[in-house]
Every structure is written in C-alpha cells, then in structure tokens.
Design a protein. Sequence first.
Length: 75
Amino acid sequence: MSNNLSQILKLSIPERILLVEAIWDSIVKENDQKNTYQLSDDQINFLEEEIAAYGKDPEQGSTWEEIKNRIKNKR
C-alpha cells in the first residue's frame, strides 16, 4: 500500500480529487448494496392497510407535533 500511496501523492491535485471522488462513489455504491432491506409480506400488508385507512379518513391519527409532545410528556 505504501508504494501505491507514494504514486498517488505524485498525482496532481485535480487528479487526486478525481481519485477521491471515485473512491467515495465506490464506498457509497457498496454500502447501498449491503444495506438494502426487503420488507416482509406482513410488513407490506400492514403498510398498505395503514395507507388505505389514511385514505378513508386523513383526519384520523396524530400530527408529528402531537406525537413529539406525547413522547416528551412521558419523560
């Protein structure tokens, strides 16, 4: 690795920036591939039911502000 590093350090600044961008992109891509998560059929069904219930009565439920306040008040 030290041999590679010495070669990298000989690159111009624009070349090193391009290299860093390429490395960063590869990290993001690899991370995205490893962290994919598939919902189970039960989870999908639950979410579909919740969406349908919301569609029938959007006023039912709580706002984000109400939820935060309930959590804060439990402490």
